[in-house]
Write a protein that binds this ligand. Structure first.
Ligand SMILES: Nc1ncnc2c1ncn2[C@@H]1O[C@H](COP(=O)(O)OP(=O)(O)OP(=O)(O)O)[C@@H](O)[C@H]1O
Ligand SMILES: [Mg+2]
Length: 264
């Protein structure tokens, strides 16, 4: 089982869209996939489940020492090979502390996922766009931290917090954790894509920036609005093909272990 945490403390770069589409791509390639919603907004839960409100047990229950197991929370989806552990707004109550590293709840997700080690090939954790304990706990639970980055001259500066949290987990908990950035919502002929890639490579290392870029496109919006991964909604679109390329690049990185870990 490989665990990929999709995070960026900035709101809106495409974390949830990436989670939905990568999940679709990986399931489409025949892998067993679990999506874990680590955002009290419940966006990814609402995409995959018709009735995601008023669920008796959700990811929030992992944090309150109630003995709830992953199997109690997981729901099937209509997509073959794809299941979800949904969230609800009780998750926001966990995010009242800023002392992440010393909080025993920071290993809540890591512990919960241990129960499913043989049941899934890939686990994708979708985080909220804010600095919070649940996001830190999702980095603690990750083999690889995947950061979608919107092209902007401020991109690198906005990534300081997520990089600091990654380095903290690398030093304190998991020396093998990997970090990858990719360019998201790339507009055609946008020169800032090239400059953003260069600044990411300079700040974090060439090996840390994925080759595949996800284009900006209306098909992404349409697919998510009807609750489907782009790889199912519009199989042959550029967005779908690029998403499959991203999934394949990710699989290679995870299998080969040929990623270089970001220097702490
Ligand atoms: N490649 C894309 N092309 C066009 N629109 C996109 C693309 N990716 C995401 N979007 C749109 O951008 C908006 C934000 O995307 P999304 O909700 O996935 O971001 P997020 O990082 O999960 O946001 P949040 O921080 O609120 O959780 C949505 O309206 C989504 O449909
Ligand atoms: Mg989101």
């Amino acid at each position: 089982m490989q665990r990929v945490t999709i995070i960026n403390h900035k709101g809106g770069p495409g974390k949830t869209t990436t989670t939905v589409n990568l999940a679709g791509a990986l399931a489409g390639l025949g892998h067993r996939v679990l999506v874990v919603d680590v955002d009290g907004q419940g966006d990814v839960s609402s995409v995959f489940l018709d009735h995601h409100e008023n669920l008796p047990l959700t990811v929030a229950d992992f944090y309150n020492d109630s003995g709830v197991m992953l199997q109690d929370v997981i729901q099937p989806t209509t997509i073959e090979g794809l299941a979800i552990a949904p969230a609800d707004d009780r998750l926001n109550e966990v995010d009242t502390t800023h002392n992440f590293e010393n909080d025993p709840r920071s290993t809540a997700l890591l512990d919960a996922l241990e129960d499913a080690a043989d049941d899934y090939d890939y686990v994708l954790l979708d985080c909220a766009g804010k600095v919070h304990l649940t996001g830190y706990s999702a980095i603690v639970a990750a083999d690889l931290v995947l950061v979608p980055v919107e092209c902007s001259r401020f991109a690198v500066r906005n990534l300081a917090t997520v990089h600091r949290e990654f380095c903290s987990v690398q030093q304190l908990i998991n020396p093998d954790i990997a970090l990858q950035f990719f360019l998201s919502k790339v507009q055609p002929r946008d020169k800032t894509a090239e400059t953003t890639r260069k600044s990411l490579e300079k700040a974090f290392g060439v090996e840390q920036v994925m080759q595949t870029e996800i284009p900006f496109g209306k098909t992404f919006l349409t697919a998510i609005n009807i609750g489907k991964p782009i790889t199912i909604h519009s199989k042959r679109s550029k967005g779908s093909l690029q998403t499959i390329a991203l999934a394949q690049e990710l699989i290679e990185l995870l299998q080969g272990g040929n990623h270089v870990q970001a220097a702490a």
